[in-house]
Design a protein around this ligand. Sequence first.
Ligand SMILES: Cc1ncc(C[n+]2csc(CCOP(=O)(O)OP(=O)(O)O)c2C)c(N)n1
Length: 350
Amino acid sequence: MSRLEALAQPAEAATNREFLRSVFASMLRARILENKLSSLYKAGKIVGGVYLGRGQEAVSATLGTALIQGRDFFAPLIRDQAGRTAFGEPLIDCTRTYLGSVEGPMRGRDGNIHRGRPGQGAPAMISHLGAQVSVVAGMLFARRLKGDLDGRVGATCIGDGATSTGSFHEGLNLAAVERLPLVVVVGNNQFAYSTPNDRQFACADLVERARGYGIGGFSVDGTDLLACASVLTEAVRRARAGMGPQMVVARLLRLSGHGEHDDASYVPGDVRDGHYGRDCVEVAMRQLVENHFATIEEIRGWQEKFAAEVQRAVAQAQQEPAPDPYREKWTALATRFPLANPTPSQPVFP
Ligand SMILES: Cc1ncc(C[n+]2csc(CCOP(=O)(O)OP(=O)(O)O)c2C)c(N)n1
């Protein structure tokens, strides 16, 4: 068992100093980076939208840490900067994409959050609304058919709104029938854009849906790092142990708008001030300090260090050029090979 696998053992995770410090570091890095992205957006420096994961970092970073880099698959969505960071994405990939640098993973051609690292097991996002469930299920199924599943787990995170889409149901049903090692984490942040839960689903808790598919189901307080650590590592362990797909529903609240263009004024005051309106980064900080996993001084040091890293990643991306359409080979998301009979509407550049 590798060091990372040992760290992600469920019995240990909620009391494992190294695991929790690692998760928290990803939460904090993501929060500092996203605060910077928000400022850049408000200063008009970012073309396109900015979509943040504030309030969802504990769930996302725990999942990203519980997965094994270089073996597992993780399809992060727009609320998953923390999970991306935990799964090994360098900060510069994010700043280069948002700032349109040609050096970025999408070579400056995609607005913001559709970037991926396929070579590292992180497919680029097709849609925030459930499509990645079948993408990850397909990746796992393909590996199994090739006899190369090799203890891998695949995971994706979606929102409450995505659970109403056809692609979520089709993907999850296929994964259930094939008993694929898939973990689907639903961040129930109570709103799909401005649509509240009571206009989205009629069951009491989304986790009830797991029973309908015959798969494992967990419900967790997504604002509580220690709870996320136990539940998510257990879900990953079960999937890896051959117990089929696992669904985790994390109850929380989106602490920003749908994107930075949205002031979220439709969220009622009592919901904002309620239990799930608390900030998971602050909760996690208290949990680390109270359990003697970190000191306040250490955390302040990390804040300064991560803020300097974010500044460097922004400055680097800002000085890099945008793509040059006359020199680009348009193959980033399409075939690398020339078409047999290119038509004038399908130009193939050398
Ligand atoms: C097929 C489709 N319809 C609409 C959209 C626009 N859209 C993107 S995210 C979103 C709401 C998603 O809500 P939810 O699944 O709860 O996730 P959250 O944003 O709350 O994390 C919508 C309507 C889209 N991307 N694709």
